[in-house]
Design a protein. Sequence first.
Lengths: 159, 159
Amino acid sequence: MRIREATAVDWPHIYPFWSEIVAAGETYAYPEGLTSEEAKDLWMYDHVVVAVEGDQILGSAKMGPNRPGRGSHIGTASFMVSPEARGKGVGRALGDYCVSWHKDNGFHGIQFNAVVETNITAVRLWQSLGFQIIGTVPDAFDSRSHGRVGLHVMYLPLT
Amino acid sequence: MRIREATAVDWPHIYPFWSEIVAAGETYAYPEGLTSEEAKDLWMYDHVVVAVEGDQILGSAKMGPNRPGRGSHIGTASFMVSPEARGKGVGRALGDYCVSWHKDNGFHGIQFNAVVETNITAVRLWQSLGFQIIGTVPDAFDSRSHGRVGLHVMYLPLT
């Protein structure tokens, strides 16, 4: 598996698992039922990468400043791993890449704004990379299977 | 003083204090040096109101869902009070309006994502309306006078 920068021609291979993950209703507060073009506008900006094995795309991550202006020294990122590629360490590889990319680009820290508290795999993965839970907004995510659950704000200082 | 919905013709009267507040570098992580049109795109969407006295606009607030999809039951808001109108209760009037508007529109809670910790007036005002600090992202705002300071995530449950 390797991680490389994504280009526009990768999007048709990202969109199937991207939309499947959003439709599952467990991890992301994106609008549901977006067209491929609408979803592309929400994902393919700032720095976007894909995890690939041969010619297969296993996952994608996007990263960049969490806020403009006087908040732009803190980064943020989002991650999608194809359900077919789960358990292969794709999330960890993308997470490691994300931390390195932010360090290389001089960010002061990385903030995740909305980690669903019932997404235990993600919470544990980020914690294993050094992220801490800054706080949890109660009931802020309407999980398909769990009902209303909290959204963690997580943070990793880099300097 | 009364609060009414803003229309496009109000924007030229909002932009002077909006840009002055952003340029002061103490409270908002908007890009600096935006044109009036660029700033308008960042402010004049969702539900936007102005606080007026006679024909003078003293402040403005915008509010709406904090996230789309499965996060849209939590609202958020931003506030700008003209520096010339400080100390007249404009922020409190806009804050009270904001809480009522979210209740009337069936929101489950209100989340402020980035309250600068050195903006004591705002922090105390939101606390007096019942908001609690969920957590603070350290060093996340580059204040012109204080250097890097924390950004509070604040939350008010409504149901």
